[in-house]
Design a protein around this ligand. Sequence first.
Ligand code: NDP
Length: 278
Amino acid sequence: MTARIIDGKKIAAEIREGLKAKVSGLSEKDRPGLAVVLVGDDPASAVYVRQKEKACQEIGVKSFMHRLPQDAPQGEILALIDRLNRSDEVHGILVQLPLPGGIETRDVITAISPEKDVDGFHPVNIGSLWSGEDAVEPCTPKGIMTLIDSTEAEIKGLEAVVIGRSNIVGKPVAAMLLRRHCTVTICHSRTKDLAKVACRGDILIAAIGRPNFVTGDMIKPGAIVIDVGINRAGGKLTGDVDFEAAARKASFITPVPGGVGPMTIATLMQNTLKLAGI
Ligand code: NDP
């Protein structure tokens, strides 16, 4: 079998086009607004924030950038979030992570109003997601579900194996697969005989952060393989999956780059419009 490539770049571009069309008919006052808070000078965070600003410009979302210095006291960040929570122009609030040492990430995230929590990281939204209620869904996992749906596979009842249990990818995507009636197994660094477990996955999601961790022998023939990993080695980006070997066995596979990566920002824009009621 040779897998079909799931083209995340193309799907993300289509999503952005659709959102742009929705926003273009709105008056200036009705346009959705996204506030982005960047604390400190982490170079990777600065790149991500610029990409988000660019997406806002492209779609017509108002972006409100707030850059605070590395040594900004927690109280100043919380006061800013309080102002943004009360602003009528701001529908989504995003605090770029990681925050500098000394800042309690949980305190900052929980200060965001759950109705403006565009990343879906607030405990209220996490709880809603797991209890099957309407929730703001975290961007990367929601993007992953869009990629799976693009295959038009009927996923109800399938075995889904998620490798990685982070709060931003592994756990929320597991919750979303469960909501869609998959039988879900979450693997992590203490999982025994991980290769054997991975082989059960009709859907296999790798969110580990280790280049080529998932080898061909871990792929069930015909599986849908989603590679979330972004690993930089010698100036080259690689995923968590040995792409060549996996593509020989899977029915669908995401490339790195050009798979999950572009979906995260497209989904962030979807969430911003959703929070603005558009
Ligand atoms: P984390 O480091 O938070 O989590 C990694 C997970 O992988 C942990 O649950 C860890 O297990 C597990 N793991 C690590 N080593 C092993 C191992 N040897 N065997 C089994 N499991 C292992 O990473 P994230 O979830 O934040 O990100 C994962 C990858 O996805 C990274 O490459 C990241 O860059 C990428 N990413 C990509 C995004 C995108 O937009 N495309 C967005 C977010 C992340 P344990 O819990 O036991 O330690």
